[in-house]
Design a protein around this ligand. Structure first.
Ligand code: ADP
Ligand code: TYD
Length: 205
């Protein structure tokens, strides 16, 4: 089973993805934790290219190609082998992030979908959208400053647009999306996500 976490920057995806992978392992399930962009050696190199340095370094189109190249490598080297071996894959961001950042913000949704069909062709089985308000997301993300902050630099209005976009995406793919209220303590969120995941896993068994 392939489980992804989506949401705006600072929504708590990394925190929750890590907790879910740990909790599944504690239940004796075989789960791996991975992330995008990245998740394989080649894709981590592309991550550095795309997230560090000058924000205007790449055009929206080039960025889309880089994210898709990273995803293809991640899929080939990490995700597909793990799923074939019967493992659970927990991934922090996946193609829905491209639909939002390059598709919605970059105005390239048709190109995003065409490339996805051509080069990726795989959707998650379950996607947790961690929903928080844009102000909180920005404050949390800024509290965690590092070299990779180019997307956060776009500020509050982008965060607001992205939040609404993610909610619309959940409505577009209602079968696999679960909207999670991310404004609660992280242990409470983690318990809800674990229960939903266990239910989905048991339904497939
Ligand atoms: P994302 O991966 O979505 O950008 P992170 O998991 O890195 O988000 O969380 C961003 C920041 O917010 C971190 O400092 C993290 O400790 C904090 N955080 C995560 N979840 C919560 C929560 N439920 N309540 C308060 N702070 C949180
Ligand atoms: P990430 O490390 O998950 O950032 P955060 O923890 O702040 O949420 O992702 C880095 C940035 O990459 C984030 O701003 C979203 C962006 N991104 C895209 O623009 N397109 C993509 O396809 C992916 C996977 C990420």
């Amino acid at each position: 089973m392939f489980i992804t976490f989506e949401g705006i920057d600072g929504s708590g995806k990394s925190t929750q993805a890590r907790q879910l992978a740990d909790a599944l392992r504690a239940e004796g399930r075989d789960a791996i934790l991975t992330r995008e962009p990245g998740g394989s050696p080649g894709a981590e190199e592309i991550r550095a290219l795309v997230l560090q340095g000058e924000p205007e370094r790449w055009s929206a189109q080039t960025e889309l190609l880089l994210f898709t190249a990273a995803r293809r490598d991640h899929l080939e080297r990490t995700i597909a082998p793990a799923l074939s071996a019967g493992r659970i894959v927990v991934c922090d961001r996946f193609a829905d992030s491209t639909r939002m950042y390059q598709g919605l913000r970059g105005g390239l949704r048709a190109e995003v979908d065409a490339l996805h069909r051509l080069m990726i062709g795989r959707e998650p089985d379950l996607t947790f959208l961690i929903d928080i308000d844009a102000e909180t997301g920005l404050a949390r993300a800024r509290g965690r400053k590092g070299a990779e902050e180019r997307f956060e630099d776009f500020g509050l209005s982008l965060q607001q647009e992205m939040r609404a976009g993610f909610l619309a995406l959940a409505a577009e793919f209602p079968k696999r999306f679960r909207i999670i209220d991310g404004m609660r303590p992280s242990a409470e969120i983690a318990a809800e996500i674990l229960a939903l995941s266990a239910r989905a896993l048991d339904a497939r068994a």
